[in-house]
Design a protein around this ligand. Structure first.
Ligand SMILES: *[C@@H]1O[C@H](CO)[C@@H](O)[C@H](O)[C@H]1NC(C)=O
Ligand SMILES: *[C@@H]1O[C@H](CO)[C@@H](O)[C@H](O)[C@H]1NC(C)=O
Ligand SMILES: *[C@@H]1O[C@H](CO)[C@@H](O)[C@H](O)[C@H]1NC(C)=O
Ligand SMILES: *[C@@H]1O[C@H](CO)[C@@H](O)[C@H](O)[C@H]1NC(C)=O
Ligand SMILES: *[C@@H]1O[C@H](CO)[C@@H](O)[C@H](O)[C@H]1NC(C)=O
Length: 677
């Protein structure tokens, strides 16, 4: 009897695990990774880059693909190979792209879609990252980003020795060497009647920033959204050369006349400017600007500059969102303005800012918009994603707000597996959370709970796809995932974001405590006796903070990834010093009391909960000594604990094999602890 029932139980288990294990970390890591789609001028074709990782042969396969709006859900491989990137339309039926030839050089290639053929236009002896192209009758200016080594202050003969007399020393994941990003220009002509024939008119590329001391794109995350151009002028952002780059966020919007090479600064804000854009006729220049010095999460104000009369206009002043990017556009009604993408109550939504009447129209309302590509037609090509889908593309009509599918990325996950909730937090604020359930969810059962705490701290759990902290992976290994956006999060108005300053372990901690009370009290399928909490970066700080405070006792186990053990040490050793200067109200010696008040290492005496600590050696933002200190403290106190170190990763674990190991360790740790009696 015992045997038979055990056998039946095993059979049932196998069936359940076959269906529930259909989506796991491996499936997530092997899912297509796509760039945003870019549509041609006519709006009937789009191109994008896709790469897939295979654990079978431990390599990526990648290529440039075509989407044809008249053939739904079909992608055609045009250019195979890992080195092909940055496709940009030059005519309706041809595009330029960058092909990396070796570790030390790239080519710019033109691809003719009608004949599915290509030819190399230009070879650069340094790697090119991205390109953009603008047209003036039969001439085209191609601007590309690449490294300029002429200012290198380290001899290549001793690449492992570093000497500094100013900041930065290291940034994000690399030591500074004096090399800088720059913008280069070549000009092509289109003479012949043969549709896709282009000739290079400049023998070599011109370094547009030579002699300026400026760097664009801005390290470490800058890309082609750091500049925009017409044939005759370039707008770009660069760090203010007169400010210390490590203690000030200030960046400046510059206008470069490409005929005279005269440089002019357009912005005056003391914070960071971003997303410079110029209209096709050069009559309007837009950008986003933060005004508070040293504050990287200040509200982005939308600015427009008119070169003709030198006037500036601040638009959408009353709109309480902080757009991440802007894009010139015209609504089907003829109204002109800007498309803007902003965090908005747990999503990344698309808005339109009319520059005619200064009104902001809310367009998309669900999932997340990652980029907009516009054409001559009334419809936009949007790249979107969600908790259940990697990047997918739709054709969006701003007048009806309807979208038609162009190319999906269906992994078999269902929309009904997640929902949003709001609960009462501190200071009368409503707090937003997402509950993500397994695909095999059975409402009559009770599940262990995993609380996710995001980094930033000025960030948000948006309904979007990620290969890091993907809630569906955790849910489908048997947990209910609850993501919380406590005070400090983005997308709920600027005051809510600002309120975390000087209060790192205060209100956010209490918002999380209330979230735990809410979900254990209101959601019947959550087993409040089997909870774990996990977080990275600021989320890892919060895990270490929770460990020393009463909430820690309610969890079976904790997981901190690249967290903070000691606020004073961490913020002396970090790279971007302006960050703690803003969030803690000064340097560690000027405002020591605030650093100590919210210092997890001051509460080690209360630590008691089993904890997995993860840290990577190339994390120069929160250095690995923070993870080692945390683990030492846990081991001193004989608390069950584990340390996982990635020597070759930065603040994020990006390599698929490392990421698979990360998931294996994290999921085993939390599963083991919720199953212990
Ligand atoms: C690896 O396997 C994938 C999927 O089977 C395949 O598409 C790809 O071409 C393979 N790559 C190599 C280098 O063999
Ligand atoms: C990635 O995999 C999908 C199927 O999941 C396939 O259609 C696509 O061609 C692959 N892309 C690459 C670059 O191998
Ligand atoms: C797009 O699809 C249409 C309809 O099938 C076809 O006529 C056209 O040639 C396709 N365009 C390209 C560039 O493949
Ligand atoms: C693309 O095609 C449209 C309409 O067919 C035409 O108006 C436009 O000039 C073309 N654009 C380019 C850059 O060739
Ligand atoms: C660039 O300078 C040239 C020569 O002075 C001038 O004709 C042109 O209008 C300038 N362009 C802009 C956009 O200011």
């Amino acid at each position: 009897m015992l045997f038979i029932s055990k056998f039946c139980f095993l059979v049932a288990m196998t069936i359940v695990s076959l269906t529930t294990a259909s989506f796991d970390a491996k499936g997530m890591l092997e899912a297509p990774r796509r760039s945003s789609v870019s549509s041609n001028f006519q709006g009937d074709l789009g191109v994008f880059v896709e790469s897939n990782y295979s654990f079978a042969n431990h390599s990526f396969s990648s290529g440039i693909y075509l989407v044809n709006s008249s053939i739904k859900n079909h992608q055609e491989l045009l250019v195979p190979g890992r080195g092909a990137k940055s496709p940009r339309w030059i005519t309706n039926h041809s595009f330029l792209y960058v092909k990396d030839n070796s570790a030390s050089g790239s080519s710019i290639v033109v691809f003719d879609v009608d004949h599915r053929s290509e030819s190399v236009l230009y070879d650069h002896d340094v790697l090119i990252s991205e390109l953009s192209v603008v047209k003036d009758s039969n001439r085209y200016r191609v601007i590309f980003t690449s490294l300029d080594s002429s200012g290198r202050y380290e001899p290549l003969t001793q690449p492992n020795v570093h000497v500094y007399d100013s900041l930065f020393v290291r940034h994000w994941d690399h030591w500074k060497t004096g090399e800088r990003n720059s913008l280069y220009s070549i000009i092509l002509e289109h003479h012949s009647e043969i549709a896709h024939t282009f000739q290079l008119t400049t023998p070599t590329a011109i370094d547009l920033l030579q002699g300026t001391g400026l760097e664009c794109p801005i390290e470490p995350f800058g890309d082609s959204t750091d500049f925009d151009a017409t044939f005759n002028e370039l707008v770009f952002v660069a760090k203010d050369p007169k400010s210390n780059p490590a203690t000030q966020t200030r960046t400046v919007v510059y206008l470069l006349n490409l005929t005279t090479m005269k440089l002019k600064s357009l912005s005056a804000a003391m914070g960071a400017c971003s997303s410079p854009i110029i209209s096709e006729d050069g009559s309007k220049i837009g950008w986003l600007e933060m005004r508070t010095p040293q504050y990287e999460s200040d509200q982005n104000q939308v600015m427009i500059y008119y070169p003709k009369n030198g006037k500036k206009q601040h638009v959408a002043q009353d709109w309480d969102r902080s757009p991440a990017s802007i894009h010139w556009g015209t609504l089907p009604s003829g109204e002109t303005g800007l498309y803007a993408i902003a965090d908005d109550e747990g999503r990344r939504n698309l808005f339109f800012i009319s520059t005619e009447n200064n009104q902001v129209i809310s367009l998309t309302k669900d999932e997340s918009v990652l980029s907009v590509s516009s054409s001559e037609g009334p419809k936009l090509w949007l790249s979107k994603s969600s908790f259940i889908s990697p990047k997918y593309f739709v054709l969006y009509d701003p007048s009806t707000k309807e979208e038609e599918p162009l190319l999906d990325a269906n992994l078999g996950l269902s929309k009904s597996s997640y929902e949003e909730v709001w609960y009462p937090g501190t200071n009368g604020h409503k707090i937003h959370g997402w509950i993500v359930r397994p695909e095999s969810f059975d409402a009559t059962k009770r599940y262990p709970l995993a609380i996710f705490i995001h980094g930033g701290p000025q960030g948000s759990w948006t309904d979007s796809w990620s290969t890091r902290w993907n809630p569906a992976v955790f849910a489908n290994s048997g947990f209910i995932v609850f993501t919380i956006d406590p005070v400090g999060s983005t997308g709920y108005g600027q005051q809510f974001t600002d309120d975390i300053a000087l209060n790192w372990g205060g209100r956010p901690y209490h918002d999380i405590v209330r979230g735990v009370d809410y979900i254990t009290g209101q959601i019947p399928y959550v087993d409040g006796s089997r909870m774990v909490a996990l977080g990275a970066s600021y989320g890892g700080y919060m895990i270490n903070w929770i460990q020393g405070h009463p909430l820690g006792n309610r969890f079976r186990a904790l997981v901190s990834h690249d967290g903070v053990f000691n606020t004073v040490n961490t913020f002396y050793s970090t790279d971007e010093l302006y960050f703690p200067m803003h969030d803690f109200g000064g340097t560690p010696w000027e405002n020591r009391a605030t650093y100590e008040r919210w210092n997890p290492s001051n509460f080690v005496e209360n630590w008691a909960t089993p904890q997995l600590v993860i840290h990577s050696s190339k994390d120069y933002r929160l250095t690995e000594s923070e993870g080692i200190s945390t683990f030492n403290a846990l081991q001193y106190k004989k608390i069950p604990s584990k340390l996982l170190v990635f020597e070759d990763e930065n603040h994020w674990v990006l390599k698929p094999e490392n990421s698979l190991r990360w998931h294996h360790e994290v999921l085993s740790w939390i599963t083991q602890h919720v199953n212990d009696n």
